[in-house]
Design a binder for this molecule. Sequence first.
Ligand code: PLP
Length: 378
Amino acid sequence: MKKTYLLTPGPTPLPPEICEALSRPIIHHRTPQFQAVLKEVAENLKGAFQTKNDVFVLTSSGTGAMEASVVNLLSWGDKALVIQAGKFGERWTELCQAYGIKPIVIDVEWGKSLDPQVLKETLSKEPAVKAVFTTLCETSTGVTSDIKAFGQVVRETEAVLVVDAISGLGAIDLQMDAWGVDVVVSGSQKGFMLPPGLAFLAVSKKAWKLVEESKCPKYYFDLKKAKKAYDKTDTPFTPAIGIVIALNEALRIMKAEGFENIFARHKKLADATRAAMVAMGLELFSSDAASDAVTAVRVPAGIDGEKLVKTMRDEYGVTIAGGQGEMKGKLLRIAHMGYISEFDIILGIACLEKVLKKMGYAFELGAGVKAAQEVLIK
Ligand SMILES: *Cc1c(COP(=O)(O)O)cnc(C)c1O
């Protein structure tokens, strides 16, 4: 017998209510029944994004909404600024390059977050920048950016602030309107407790002016088409009907818990996970801006990180993530976002302890579980 557990930063586990919603017979999307779902989803997404702006639902993985931001805000030859602090920051750079937009890259050392002062200085030297692209939770490094501070800097300029909140939204606080964020992008398979397949994108008035001027080629991700349909509680193409219906359930669940409570719950799980790692003698990858959605730690010296992740998954059914890009084999990433409870975390830590011990890493068995329990019992 093998029971499996998913503790990765996307996809994340699905609650039974979501599985049930996904198993319902399909309905047609141009019907009053589906329109009622779209209407409720539109309203509740605004709550999740902490905005009064429209939030569009796109049928794609999260990257589709990142691409939609680039092609709808900018034109060939425009300048954009990219805060690149990991694998997902690099994606913004690659997207800009794919469409002939000139990215000015602020390269941040992996595991660190950008000092807002550096953003301010760079922007003052580059007045032609039309958009600043950044990441709420850099999933590859387990670091959260200071979006509030970035918002204060960017709102004083002509540029718009675009945040990839794919792995952070619904897990950590991002106040789109209050913090002056112009575009927020997210996806279904992380904090929203859904399967992959939907992307979300909210656009401010300031950003919409750029949408009207943009000359980048686009068709499927044309936001003007999306807006025209949205205003009639419709979608331009066939949406992923089943996942939208499940999204409605997920948003109901989240609203019932309350976003403040959700953020507090994620923080507690993150605190417990970090305490466990430290108690086991592992080094947190981020010392000062560790994310409450995913914890990244360095693989200890002498241990094969890839083998560790593989053993946990293939022998014990517990899937965590390894490192990406330049940190391949050097990091372990344990997600605590979405439908992951305190005992899932305890289980993940227990499995990590077992495999580390078997691989010859010296520490006191049970130290991680104990430290996590001590945080969680408070
Ligand atoms: C998962 C993730 C993405 C990629 O989203 P896809 O759904 O795989 O396209 C982008 N950015 C961040 C920060 C992520 O965590």
